[in-house]
Design a protein around this ligand. Structure first.
Ligand code: ZN
Length: 154
């Protein structure tokens, strides 16, 4: 009861391969190179974030443009064969993303989700966004610890 025809299956397989390797590995390398530390790449958190800064509670996801239905990429469109199957499968993915994000936020996590194309085109920009979230969190943690103002941040 395999619903995939041959062309869809090979399309599917190529997608899975590229998903497992490229964008999230690239982001991890860039984050490491930028000197940011204190994250784990495997956790039991909802959705299994690609990076989880456990002390600061910042979760980072790289969402594949195909699987997670990117609105900006042609990659985000459903394949022409088995369109209904793919549309449904990917709709369920998107809904799960939303649920997992909501659950993490409810637990007090900052959730950053990057599209695959964003990581591939502007990885440095993604790292900046992560670094900004870290600074923000560290600042609010400091404020909680000492009630003292740190001035002058734009
Ligand atoms: Zn995209």
């Amino acid at each position: 009861m395999d619903v995939h025809d041959k062309s869809t299956r090979s399309f599917n397989m190529s997608r899975i391969r590229s998903r497992d390797t490229k964008p999230e590995m690239r982001l991890r390398k860039l984050v490491w190179a930028s000197g940011l530390r204190g994250y784990r790449t495997t956790t039991e958190l909802p959705g299994k974030p690609d990076l989880a800064f456990t002390r600061l509670r910042i979760a980072v996801f790289v969402d594949g443009c195909f699987w997670h239905v990117c609105p900006e990429c042609s990659d985000g469109r459903a394949p022409k064969s088995n369109t209904t199957y793919w549309t449904e499968k990917r709709r369920m993915n998107s809904e799960r993303d939303v649920r997992q994000t909501r659950e993490l936020r409810r637990r007090g996590w900052i959730v950053l989700r990057f599209w695959e194309h964003h990581v591939l085109k502007d990885g440095a920009g993604c790292v900046k966004i992560i670094a900004r979230a870290i600074r923000k969190r560290e600042k609010s943690d400091q404020r909680a610890a000492v009630s003292e103002k740190t001035g002058g941040q734009p």
